[in-house]
Ligand binder design. Structure first.
Ligand SMILES: [Fe+2]
Length: 229
């Protein structure tokens, strides 16, 4: 069986890394994203309350330039997408992505995905459960530029690194109990099938390559009931 999924389903798979608490030193509870060269707030990404994806994409392009990440021609069309999960808090909770592949086959499927996160920006907490088309999605994340905090639920909670604070809008909703810093050139993995998780960029922002099994929106579960996807 082969399955072709919609763009939206692709976007959902991006959530592979989406995660919950964060750090910062880069981002404040007022949803301000900053590092040595930028200082952005939600007002930079909304027009009369409407999310402006073009402004979000430009912010990712600017970040790529700062991080020395090549901006491929393929990113300049519709291939690159940006979402705020319908929460109106893009500076803190949002993501950009490019899906290179999401293929399902009878005896296994695979996914390749680029994830872009502004400084201190997090993917909202979620899990991938078994559904009618595939087993629970499994994920690994390679940090190519910048750094991320990888949040998870561990049987023996490890807590969060010093200075790692989940953005205010998700702080009381996230259920993760552990986080680690993943630096450029390092890889982290989803610790357990169907476990809640997400990633959040460090103070420089992040470009992350995700390797995963096939994703279907049917198996995607967000912790925050207000997420619109
Ligand atoms: Fe995920």
């Amino acid at each position: 069986m082969e399955t072709t999924i919609s763009r939206r389903a692709f976007v959902a798979s991006a959530l592979s890394a989406a995660g919950g608490a964060i750090v910062t030193g880069c981002k404040s509870s007022e949803s301000t994203t900053s590092n040595q060269t930028t200082s952005m707030t939600n007002s930079d990404f909304y027009n009369n309350g409407e999310f402006d994806a073009d402004k979000a994409k430009q912010a990712y392009f600017d970040m790529m330039k700062r991080l020395g990440c090549p901006t491929l021609e393929q990113y300049k069309g519709d291939l690159l997408w940006a979402i705020d999960f319908g929460l109106g808090d893009f500076a803190s909770a949002g993501m950009g992505g490019v899906f290179w592949a999401n293929e399902n086959h009878e005896k296994g499927g695979y996914l390749g995905h680029e994830i872009f996160l502004l400084p201190g920006q997090m993917i909202v907490e979620h899990a991938h459960v078994a559904c009618s088309t595939c087993p629970p999605k499994r994920e690994s994340w390679l940090v190519r530029h910048g750094s991320v905090y990888s949040f998870s639920v561990q049987d023996e909670p490890k807590g969060f690194p010093e200075g790692c604070v989940i953005p205010e809008s998700q702080r009381d909703i996230a259920t993760v109990n552990s986080a680690i810093l993943v630096k450029e050139g390092e890889v982290d993995h989803l610790n357990k099938a169907e476990a809640k998780h997400f990633i959040m960029a460090g103070p420089e922002g992040a470009v992350v390559t995700e390797f995963a099994t096939f994703h279907d929106n049917e198996g995607l579960r967000f912790t925050n009931p207000n997420v619109k996807f």
